[in-house]
Design a protein around this ligand. Structure first.
Ligand code: NCD
Length: 311
């Protein structure tokens, strides 16, 4: 594996298989009373989050702690960036303390790549603008693989606000790398420009008709309507979005009873996903969260302690 995890392009299918094998072992640790391994003793991991987060930040923190790394959290609001310090100065300041890994979330696409060029530490992209969120894609694929077995030839359908979704971009790269057939569905206003060319090059399909696609799905992934990234109207009303693209109770009936329902969270219940779907027996939304800790333990392990690690 490379020194940084900035994009799913940084990992091969073999790397992913290795990460998943380690994650399965870490999953066992998660079930123990004493959840501690010595693997990253003496290593320091800093979570540097300039955007809000519940799952990603806390699961990276827990992952680091269970591997015995020293982990600390820095958020944009409580840091000197709110006093006007530049990102470069903040990052160089933190790096000067002797840091082994920086887990970073920022609203600018490309921020993690930029930071990786400034510091010696490994940089993990925990979400950069609308660009990528590779650890989320890895935990999504891990969750699906545990449910479905191999993803080779399985049909994964992603529905929602694709324009603003870094989860969609990383997932397309990850799922196609693992041999899945991917269809992405959105209203025309939330279908990213240039997606037709990208879908041809990357080998996935696009659709505006969720009702036509759902019956053929082996797994469905609902994506959040990202109101905070929207300026102006992308759809006439929340009700109209739900009628056209939400996973409503009626649409749930289009899915086979064993088809896993994913959502990276946070969910807008009643908008992109109905409570009936979020809480259905076939929902794996909370499995994604617990897999998130195991997969992030595996990522930290491979970057900081594994063979070929830059450390
Ligand atoms: C995603 C993100 O931040 O990109 N959430 C997450 O990491 N679990 C998706 C989202 O915010 O909708």
């Amino acid at each position: 594996m490379r020194k940084h995890l900035l994009s799913i392009d940084d990992v091969t299918a073999d790397d992913i298989a290795e990460i998943f094998a380690t994650a399965a072992e870490m999953h066992d640790v998660q079930r123990r009373d004493v959840k501690k391994l010595p693997a990253l003793r003496g290593r320091t991991v800093i979570n540097l989050f300039f955007e809000d987060s519940t799952r990603t930040r806390s699961s990276f923190e827990i992952a680091g702690k269970w591997l015995s790394a020293d982990t600390i959290n820095i958020t944009g609001k409580g840091s000197s960036t709110s006093k006007g310090e530049s990102l470069r100065d903040t990052v160089l300041t933190i790096a000067s303390m002797g840091v082994d890994a920086l887990v970073m979330r920022h609203s600018a696409s490309g921020a993690a790549l930029q930071v990786s060029q400034w510091v010696d530490a490994s940089v993990i992209n925990a979400g950069d603008g609308t660009h990528e969120h590779p650890s989320q894609a890895l935990l999504d694929a891990y969750t699906l693989q545990r449910r479905l077995g191999s993803l080779e030839g399985r049909h994964v359908v992603m529905v929602g606000d694709l324009t603003h979704s870094r989860v969609f971009r990383s997932n397309v790269l990850c799922l196609t790398k693992l041999g899945a057939r991917v269809t992405v569905v959105a209203p025309p206003t939330l279908m990213p420009s240039g997606v037709t060319e990208w879908s041809r090059a990357a080998g996935f399909e696009t659709s505006y008709d969720v009702d036509a696609v759902l019956p053929t799905a082996d797994a469905v992934m609902m994506l959040r309507v990202q109101k905070e990234r929207m300026s102006g109207g992308f759809f006439p009303s929340p009700r109209e979005y739900t009628v056209g693209y939400g996973l409503t109770r009626d649409r749930l009936a289009l899915l086979g009873p064993d088809v896993p329902i994913c959502h990276p969270g946070p969910m807008n219940r009643g908008l992109e996903i109905a409570a009936d779907a979020a809480d259905a027996a076939q929902s794996v939304i909370l499995d994604q969260v617990s897999a998130g800790v195991a997969v992030r333990m595996a990522i930290l392990y491979h970057l900081l302690a594994g063979e070929g690690s830059a450390a």
